[in-house]
Design a protein around this ligand. Structure first.
Ligand code: FES
Ligand SMILES: [Fe+2]
Length: 444
C-alpha cells in the first residue's frame, strides 16, 4: 500500500463554487495521459480518426506494433491524414499528394512526386506526433504541451498489474466532460438509480441505509494532489454499494426475515408534503426482501465470489485527475473515464477490473462481463446518469447543498492542483485568474 499525502479540502473562501466552473477548461485538461482507443480496433489497412480534447487525432498501426497518433493536418497543404491509407506497414499516406509518414511523424516518401523527391527526412516536413503507450490492450495518449508525465501518475494501477483482468466498454454522452465528472457521491445515488437493476439486487439493510443517508456527508481529502477520495469508512455511498447480503447475513439476524420493522423505517414522511411518504410504495422494499433470500442462498452454496478490498491505494478510490471516477465494489473495480471530446460531447470509457486467481475464473469473469455486467452496470445503471447530465445546465448560479461536497471538491482540485493550472500559474496561460478556495453556499 502506498503512503499517500493527504490534506483536507479548504473550508472557506472568497468565490462562489459556481464560479469555479469557468476556471476549468471545457475542452479538457491537456497535461495528462488519456485513453485513446482499444488497440484491437485499429485496422491495418487504413487509419481511424479519434476525436478528443476538442481536436482530432489520426490513429494507425506502427511497424513496431505500437499504435501511432498524428495530428491529422498534413504538413504539406493541410489535407486530413485520417482520410488516407496505410499502403505500407507502419505508415499512413496522405490522401492528397501521398506524403507518407511513420508513427513518429517522420516523412518517409512522397508518393505523388516519386522516389527522387528531396523532402523525405526533412525535419520541417514532419507531421506532429503524440506519444502513445498501450497497456492491457488500451492505447493511451499524451497531448500536453509539456513533456509527458510518468504514465503511472495518470493511469489506474491495474494497468501495471500482471494479475489484473481489465475489460472495456464505451459510450458517448452528449454533455461537457465537466458535467459528466461531477455525477458522483452526492444525493443523486439512491434517487436516480432507485429502479436500476443493481438497486433491485440490494439487500434490505443496504437499501434502508441508502434511503436514509441524510443531508450531511463526510469531507473528502485531496490525495497526492491528484485525486479526491473518502476513506472507505467515511464513504457512505461506496461502502453501501460494495456491501452485500453475504456480508450481512451472519451479522444481521433480520435478514432475510420478514422485515416488518425495516419496512416501517423504509418510508419517511415529508413535512413539506403534508406528511406524505416517500418512497411512495413498499414494492421496492418487498422486492429487496425477495432478492435478499435469493442472493443469500447463492452465497451459501458458493455461487457468489468472495469479497474483499480490491483497491488498497486510496488515491485510486474516488475521483482522479484528469477524468477518472472509481468505485471499489469489493468483487471488482468500476472505473469511468469522462474523456473530453467537444463542448457537448464526452466519450465515456468504462473499465471492469477483476483479479482472477485462475484461468477458469478468468474465463468466467469474461463471460460474466459480456453477458451481464456490461449491460447491468454500464448501460442500465450508468445510462440513468447519462439521461440526467445530458440535459443539465452548467451555467446558472447554483443553490448548493452540503451533499454536493464531493463534486465541489473536484472543482477545487482541478483549479488548485491540476498540471494545467500549475503551468498556468507558472506562466503559460490557460487559466486567467489566480487560484481560489470555496465559500459555502449559505455564506453568500
Ligand atoms: S496535403 Fe497532404 S500530401 Fe499534400
Ligand atoms: Fe449515478
Amino acid at each position: 500500500m502506498s503512503n499517500p499525502e493527504t490534506s483536507p479540502m479548504p473550508a472557506r473562501a472568497a468565490v462562489h463554487p459556481s464560479a469555479l466552473r469557468t476556471r476549468i477548461p471545457p475542452s479538457g485538461l491537456r497535461e495528462y495521459w488519456y485513453p485513446l482507443i482499444v488497440a484491437a480496433k485499429v485496422p491495418r489497412q487504413r487509419p481511424v480518426q479519434v476525436p478528443l480534447l476538442d481536436t482530432e487525432v489520426t490513429v494507425f498501426r506502427g511497424s513496431d506494433g505500437e499504435i501511432g497518433a498524428l495530428d491529422p493536418i498534413c504538413p504539406h497543404r493541410g489535407a486530413s491524414l485520417s482520410q488516407g491509407d496505410c499502403h505500407f506497414e507502419g505508415t499512413v499516406s496522405c490522401p492528397y499528394h501521398g506524403w507518407t509518414f511513420d508513427r513518429h511523424g517522420e516523412l518517409l516518401a512522397v508518393l505523388g512526386e516519386g522516389p527522387r523527391s528531396p523532402l523525405p527526412g526533412m525535419s520541417s516536413a514532419r507531421a506532429k506526433a503524440y506519444p502513445t503507450r498501450t497497456l492491457k490492450g488500451m492505447t493511451f495518449i499524451w497531448m500536453g504541451d509539456g513533456d509527458p508525465a510518468p504514465i503511472e501518475e495518470d493511469v489506474p494501477e491495474e494497468f501495471f498489474d500482471e494479475g489484473a483482468l481489465v475489460q472495456f466498454a464505451q459510450d458517448m454522452w452528449d454533455c461537457n466532460w465537466r458535467v459528466a465528472m461531477e455525477n458522483i457521491f452526492d444525493a443523486h445515488v439512491f434517487y436516480v438509480h432507485r429502479n436500476s437493476v443493481q438497486f433491485r439486487l440490494l439487500p434490505v439493510s443496504t437499501l434502508l441505509a441508502m434511503v436514509h443517508l441524510g443531508p450531511r456527508r463526510a469531507r473528502p481529502s485531496v490525495i497526492n494532489n491528484r485525486a479526491i477520495a473518502y476513506r472507505m469508512e467515511d464513504n457512505p455511498t461506496a461502502r453501501l454499494l460494495s456491501e452485500d447480503v453475504g456480508d450481512r447475513a451472519d451479522s444481521d439476524p433480520s435478514l432475510p426475515g420478514d422485515g416488518t420493522e425495516d419496512m416501517a423505517a423504509y418510508r419517511s414522511a415529508y413535512p413539506g408534503l403534508d406528511g406524505q411518504l416517500w418512497p411512495r410504495s413498499n414494492l421496492r422494499f418487498r422486492w429487496s426482501q425477495l432478492m435478499a433470500r435469493l442472493l443469500d442462498a447463492c452465497h451459501r452454496v458458493g455461487l457468489r465470489r468472495a469479497r474483499g478490498r480490491q483497491v488498497h491505494n486510496e488515491e485510486w478510490n474516488g475521483l482522479h485527475l484528469p477524468a477518472t471516477f472509481r468505485v471499489d465494489y469489493q468483487t471488482h473495480v468500476y472505473t469511468r473515464f469522462g474523456i473530453p471530446v467537444g463542448t457537448d460531447r464526452t466519450r465515456v470509457v468504462y473499465l471492469h477490473t477483476t483479479y482472477p486467481p485462475s484461468t477458469r475464473r478468468r474465463v468466467l469473469d469474461c463471460i460474466h462481463f459480456r453477458l451481464w455486467q456490461n449491460w447491468q452496470m454500464n448501460f442500465n445503471f450508468s445510462g440513468q446518469d447519462k439521461k440526467i447530465v445530458e440535459n443539465q445546465s452548467f451555467s446558472h448560479r447554483e443553490k448548493l447543498s452540503a451533499t454536493d461536497a464531493f463534486p465541489l471538491a473536484w472543482r477545487s482540485l482541478i483549479v488548485e492542483h491540476s498540471r494545467d493550472s500549475i503551468r498556468e500559474r507558472e506562466g503559460a496561460s490557460r487559466f486567467r485568474e489566480s487560484p481560489v478556495s470555496l465559500v459555502a453556499d449559505d455564506e453568500q
